[in-house]
Design a protein around this ligand. Structure first.
Ligand SMILES: Cc1cc2nc3c(=O)[nH]c(=O)nc-3n(C[C@H](O)[C@H](O)[C@H](O)COP(=O)(O)OP(=O)(O)OC[C@H]3O[C@@H](n4cnc5c(N)ncnc54)[C@H](O)[C@@H]3O)c2cc1C
Length: 459
């Protein structure tokens, strides 16, 4: 792609000033809202439970609380994954995914406990055994049967998502099985109203509970379906060209109409769907590797599997759908005037975009770029130009994991490279192993945890 001018050379008019003002929901606020909802759920049970007497009653009420908890938690899980821009920017996708994964485990436990406790409680109250009670509940109430199927689906999704199982599955298989959660939520919904003591005789509670489900369904529909389709039709994205940056890294330049309407910020990523015969069905996440321009976006990708390898063969003019922008790895995380960017391998992509655009005075910006070989230093030429223009310092650390280059990331050496490292906001992106060890070094070098920001390339 020789005819196309790179974003750096054309000069990037970053939209940083307007994006600073975009809405963000801070992690503390999001957790506060989730906790307030949980308290409201317990209050709902409390209001309808004047007293609890005897084992059967205790078990049934424990079943009610866990059931209400599961019904609420599953809505929270879906909301976290609704790709709400203010949540994506303020909390960050990787943290949302971690909350979702942790919440998923609690939800499966709550739903399982609900089924066991409520059946056991009813069995005690009816002076019968648990097997007889289970059969009678499932055969008498169709809604309970649907709820039981929903529990089976949730448990299956939970097992498939467990770390040990996940390692052996293709991403696509795991993702496909995950979609059954929606079916589980739909199947479980009706038994809450037909058999749930908090709802059977209380229309207000039913309306509020339904409103919670409808709101989250609307958010999912809007942000995961309608918005991407709207942008897909309006932006008319096309591949402008592909540049080989190193033996295994390519950059893809994407043009389109009024790309500023995406509201993307340097450091964010999109899920990219390239409409070729081989890869139209997959939407993979790649970060912007240059500050977004109204007429062009760029990604820089290391070829690893089917999707990323296919990028090298994209022809100019190929249609593209981009879903996003997502993630909170942006300049908004800043609180100190000084910024240190640390990249490992292709982790340079979002950091290259930040190097170009993050507000910093002369001498306040440093990039440490780690790679195992010289060839692995993708985008080096343009990084040097940006650094010269912005009076930023750049250190290239090239060598194997046991080399002197790697040792520069140890705390004492890090302090030598960046003497006042403790007074920097640090943006970190690279392979998980490198991120983990550099984070430890930074902590030992005195950087507060809250000032270390990282983007993970693995969900
Ligand atoms: C927020 C984020 C930003 C990223 N930015 C970049 C970037 O700028 N440059 C770059 O080279 N890589 C980036 N990645 C990693 C990149 O998405 C994966 O390497 C790529 O999707 C692998 O797909 P594949 O088919 O080539 O390989 P595969 O061998 O099929 O997948 C390898 C691994 O990639 C992950 N993966 C695959 N498909 C998806 C998907 N649809 N969604 C999420 N994860 C998936 C899974 O963990 C999988 O195990 C980013 C990842 C994330 C999560």
């Amino acid at each position: 792609m020789t005819a196309m001018t790179s974003p750096t050379r054309r000069g990037t008019r970053s939209t940083t000033t307007d994006v600073q003002a975009r809405a963000r929901i801070a992690p503390g606020v999001a957790l506060g809202v989730i906790a307030a909802g949980a308290i409201a759920v317990i209050a709902l049970w409390w209001r309808d439970t004047p007293a609890v007497h005897g084992l059967g009653d205790w078990l049934t009420n424990a079943g009610r609380i866990t059931g209400l908890g599961a019904g609420y938690a599953v809505v929270v899980l879906l909301a976290l994954m609704a790709r709400i821009p203010a949540l994506e920017r303020g909390v960050g996708t990787d943290r949302l995914v971690r909350w979702h994964a942790m919440g998923g485990r609690y939800t499966v436990c709550l739903a399982s406990a609900h089924a066991v406790l409520i059946t056991w409680g009813y069995a005690v109250l009816a002076h019968t055994n648990v097997v007889h009670q289970t059969t009678s509940l499932i055969l008498t109430y169709p809604d309970v049967l649907m709820g039981t199927v929903a529990l089976g689906l949730l448990i299956t999704v939970g097992i498939v998502s467990a770390r040990a199982a996940r390692r052996h599955l293709r991403y696509e298989t795991w993702h496909f099985v995950h979609l059954y959660t929606y079916l589980a939520v739909a199947l479980a919904f009706s038994h809450q109203f037909s058999t749930g003591a908090s709802f059977m005789f209380d229309a207000t509670a039913r309306v509020l509970w339904s409103a919670m489900y409808v709101t989250v369904a609307a958010l999912l529909l809007w942000f995961r379906v309608i918005t991407p389709v709207r942008h897909g039709l309006a932006r008319k994205l096309r591949v402008a060209g592909v540049v080989q940056e190193s033996p295994d890294i390519v950059s893809v330049y994407i043009t389109g109409r009024r790309l500023e309407a995406f509201g993307a910020e340097p450091g964010q990523f999109f899920r990219w769907r390239f409409l070729t015969r081989e890869s139209w069905w997959a939407a993979n996440p790649y970060s912007l590797s240059a500050a977004p321009r109204p007429d062009m976006l760029r990604i820089t990708v290391r070829m690893s599997g089917d999707h990323s390898r296919a990028l090298a063969n994209l022809k100019p003019g190929t249609k593209v759908w981009a879903e996003g922008p997502y993630g909170g790895f942006t300049s908004a995380l800043r609180s100190y005037p000084k910024v240190l960017l640390i990249a490992g391998g292709v982790g340079i992509a979002p950091l290259r975009a930040l190097l170009e655009s993050i507000p910093a005075k002369r001498g306040d910006l440093t990039l440490i770029y780690r790679a195992t070989t010289d060839d692995g230093l993708a985008l080096r030429e343009e990084i040097d130009k940006i650094a010269a223009a912005r009076h930023a310092r750049v250190y290239y650390l090239v060598g194997s994991r046991t080399s002197d280059a790697a040792a520069w990331l140890a705390p004492e050496n890090l302090r030598h490279l960046v003497p006042d490292v403790a007074r920097h906001d640090v943006y970190l992106c690279g392979p998980d192993g490198l991120v983990g060890s550099v984070e430890k070094s930074l902590r030992s070098a005195g950087v507060p945890r809250a000032r270390i920001h990282h983007e993970s390339f693995t969900f």
